[in-house]
Ligand binder design. Sequence first.
Ligand code: HEM
Length: 100
Amino acid sequence: PVTRAAFEEALRLYPPAPSINRAAISDDSWTDAKGERVDIHAGMTVLIMPWTLHRHELYWEKPRAYMPERFLPENRGKIGRFQFLPFGAGPRVCIGATFA
Ligand code: HEM
């Protein structure tokens, strides 16, 4: 568990894939944490930035600090599925995550 936590904390601070990109296939919208709506039009490129997300003050306590204990089993459940994305998420999630 300690080795895994250190690995995951390293992936949080230095995600090897700092940007995950998608082309919108249809119109959509997204509401940010402050309640502001962002319209996404078909054909737009959407960049999801794990680097930024992983260091965001809304989601992490002391975001710039190296604190592997965040990822110990007793704390892991507090980390939201879409707040930590070193391997992406959804249908195109990294198939090598467990191997890595
Ligand atoms: C620390 C190591 C790794 C990181 C950070 C990583 C990260 C990622 C990310 C973020 C994606 C999603 C890209 C997207 O959604 O556009 C991805 C996809 C993928 N990864 Fe990894 N990866 C790692 C290791 C591996 C390994 C070891 C393998 C194979 C043995 C692998 C195979 C793949 C494949 C095939 C996809 C494409 C899956 C799909 O599009 O259906 N990755 N990886």
